[in-house]
Design a protein around this ligand. Structure first.
Ligand code: CMC
Length: 392
């Protein structure tokens, strides 16, 4: 008889070996290839973090230039993809569009679907990192009825994304460097997070030999849920619904009520039983961005800060070790930049793509790779005989 461990939600199962990201949930520590997230967020940039996650070390100047040039060369999408977009309803959620379009990349870029060829695996990773911002921006433009904006390869990665989202052909759009830096930091803070639900989904899909575009589309689908990446949209909507500081106690009580399914969005984490280090950086960034944009007394930020303060002093949240996570403050920054809430999770997706593809590459080059195939505890009927319809 087979003997296996029953571990719903995989709370204590390591599904792989990985050398990419380390989390100490009790200390609230996050390291990428050994480097603390705080140092990366302060001193690095998103594309450098991409290189680090993909290749294991920080690049030399020449390696970085080469990597940047290569990624930049791939920012455009196949022109035929524009038609593909036009098949969607305009009011579709951009995540719905992204699941479809990224999945369809394997129909547009057949050459890099050969996972046995290390060079093509490399090309697939460049294509994904380069094209995801273009696809997310197209999903946004399509949803507001504006023409698609082509990438500008003279801009850095984050500035180019803002350009594709906010520039309009009839007007001159100058990317605000403060916003570009904040965008770049948001991307860095979301780049990878070891074996979270969407990354595990990418690995599981990839373990069958599925092509990288299909695997990333599976990751995007998983990320969409409100317990995972969808929490950033849900969190800002919750903060707006609370609306003013005096209504916070009502929502704290709702979150504590076991008969009420409501949860404080942007709070709690499977691994962090201490501050999520990304949330700390995000909070500082929110302050900085609003200050630099001259937005004082932002009511949503006020509600967020007070909610955090009250929750952190509350016995329920203390005893369950519930702290703000990465999604708690990110929406406030994205909102100040002019993004609608529906774009928050697509921005998470484009930022996490490098993590997904780095994990996929690590897995696919492991000689000991096996198809992921969990077992179950069967709870259905015992064997019984079929009866004819007339006798039922
Ligand atoms: N508000 C109120 N109670 C909560 C919350 C919350 N946000 N999170 C967890 N709890 C309670 C939960 O009810 C449970 O109580 P009890 O032990 O009495 O049943 C206990 O804390 C443990 O919760 P759990 O659901 O068993 O913990 P988990 O590790 O399975 O879930 C989580 C982690 C992130 C899904 C959960 O904390 C949650 O739903 N948070 C809100 C959604 C959110 O912010 N998600 C973003 C996560 S970070 C970024 C990302 O992954 O994308």
């Amino acid at each position: 008889l087979d003997v296996f461990t029953y571990d719903p939600g995989f709370t204590s199962t390591a599904s792989c070996e990985s050398a990419i990201t380390f989390i100490d949930g009790d200390k609230g520590e996050l390291l990428h290839r050994g480097y603390p997230i705080e140092q990366l967020a302060e001193q690095s940039c998103f594309l450098e973090v991409c290189y680090l996650l993909l290749y294991g070390d920080l690049p030399s100047k020449a390696q970085m230039d080469d990597f940047r040039n290569t990624v930049t060369r791939h920012t455009m999408v196949h022109e035929q993809m524009h038609n593909f977009f036009r098949g969607f309803r305009r009011d579709a959620h951009p995540m719905a569009t992204m699941v479809g379009v990224v999945g369809a990349m394997s129909a547009f870029y057949h050459d890099s679907t050969d996972i046995t060829d290390p060079h093509q695996r490399e090309v697939a990773s460049f294509r994904l990192i380069a094209k995801l911002p273009t696809i997310a921006a197209m999903a946004y433009k399509y949803s507001i009825g504006q023409p698609f904006v082509y990438p500008r390869n003279d801009l850095d990665y984050a500035s180019n994304f803002l350009h594709m989202c906010f520039s309009v052909p009839a007007e001159t759009y100058e990317v605000n460097p403060v916003l570009a830096k904040a965008m770049d930091r948001i991307m860095m803070l979301h780049a990878d997070h070891e074996q979270n639900a969407s990354t595990s989904t990418v690995r599981l899909a990839g373990s069958s030999g599925a092509n990288p575009f299909a695997c990333i589309a599976a990751g995007i689908a998983c990320l969409w849920g409100p317990a995972h990446g969808g929490a950033n949209q849900a969190c800002l909507e919750m903060l707006r619904e609370i609306g003013s500081v005096d209504r916070i106690p009502e929502y704290i009580e709702k979150a504590k009520d076991k008969n009420d399914p409501f949860r404080l969005m942007g709070f709690g984490h499977r691994v962090y039983k201490n501050f999520d280090p990304r949330a700390k950086v995000m909070k500082e960034s929110a302050d900085e961005v609003l200050e630099l944009m001259g937005i004082h007394d932002n009511p949503t930020l006020q509600v967020a800060k007070e909610l955090e303060r009250i929750a952190l002093e509350d016995d329920y949240f203390i005893s369950k070790k519930l702290y703000p996570n990465v999604d708690f403050y990110s929406g406030i920054i994205l909102d100040a930049m002019g993004f609608p809430t529906a774009m928050f999770t697509p921005i998470f997706a484009l930022s996490r793509t490098v993590g997904w593809i780095s994990q996929w590459k690590e897995m696919i080059s492991d000689p000991a790779l096996k198809i992921g195939r969990p077992r179950q505890l069967y709870t259905g009927p015992a064997r019984r005989d079929y009866t004819d319809l007339s006798s039922r």
